[in-house]
Structures are given as C-alpha cells and as structure tokens.
Design a protein around this ligand. Structure first.
Ligand code: ZN
Length: 167
C-alpha cells in the first residue's frame, strides 16, 4: 500500500502523540501517547487522542492506542492514520485493524515485545493490514523515557526497560 501520510504529516502527528505522552506523565502514568487522524492528501484532521491510562484507571488494557481508538466514532471516511510514540503491542495492532486504520506510524520500536512490526498476517485474512512506519522523531521519545526513568530512580523499571530494549 502506498504511504498515506507524507513525511511532514508524520512528523506533525508524532509531535501531537508526544504531547499526549506528556499529558500521560502529568496524570501520573508513563510517557506513551497517541493520536488518530484522517489524512487525505494535504488535508489532515485529528479525530481522537489518548494516552496510556493504565496507572490512572487500574485497567491494564487502557493503552494509549486503545483509549484513542475507543474515542473514534463511526467510519470517518477516507484513510485513517494512527500515530503513537511507541510501537503498538499485539492488542493495539489488532484494534487498529478492527477499526480500519490504514497506516500506523510510531516513533520508537518496542524491541522486547512481539509488537506490530514483527507480526505477519495471513494474506487472505479478514482484515486489511495497515502500513507500518517507525522511527519518526524516535530520539525525542528515547529522551522522554530517559527523563521519566531518571525521576523514578529506585523503582523497579525492569519491565519497561526490557520492553524498550534498554536491557
Ligand atoms: Zn498496546
């Protein structure tokens, strides 16, 4: 599938996802944010936003992507791009396919996870797969995590460190 979003639109959307990630930190959670937009040529409309609410709600499945997908209403028409600061996990990747997301863009790979880029869907499956584009503004997201971790010295961060491929 040809790319839905331009490099400039990808930079912008990941920037918006980073803003959401900061809101997540302000809410007491981790720096993972997501936005969903309809993108048709130069037209871009943000349809939904979310950050990881796991800590806030105690609901382990309220990942940023699931939160944003849950706020998407009806079929928006036109190609839909989901932008997230961290490569989606299997649950969120599945959610994107169910919601008809055409393109998933992310900043940072989740190297310790069987994330979206390491899943091969059957060619004749029920759902159309989505384009995957990673590495957009990745350095900023590493910095965001490093700062977040630095403020949590002494806490057990082994899960997140493994997820991000830091150990
Ligand atoms: Zn997820």
């Amino acid at each position: 599938m040809p790319s839905v979003s331009s490099p400039e639109q990808q930079e912008f959307l990941i920037g918006e996802a980073i803003r959401e990630a900061h809101l997540g930190v302000e809410s007491g959670g981790s720096p993972i944010g997501c936005v969903i937009a309809r993108v048709e040529g130069a037209d871009l409309t943000i349809l939904a936003r979310g950050f990881n609410e796991g800590k806030l709600t105690g609901n382990a499945v309220s990942h940023a992507e699931i939160v944003a997908l849950g706020r998407l209403r009806n079929s928006p028409g036109g190609p839909v791009v989901l932008a997230t600061t961290l490569e989606p996990c299997l649950m969120c990747f599945g959610g994107c396919l169910c919601a008809g997301v055409s393109e998933i863009i992310y900043a940072q790979p989740a190297l310790g996870d069987f994330g979206a880029s390491r899943v091969a869907l059957p060619a004749d499956g029920l759902y159309a797969t989505a384009n995957l584009v990673g590495g957009i503004r990745e350095v900023e997201c590493h910095t965001m995590w490093r700062e977040w971790m630095a403020e949590r010295e002494g806490e057990d961060l082994s899960f997140i460190r493994r997820l991000l491929g830091y150990e």
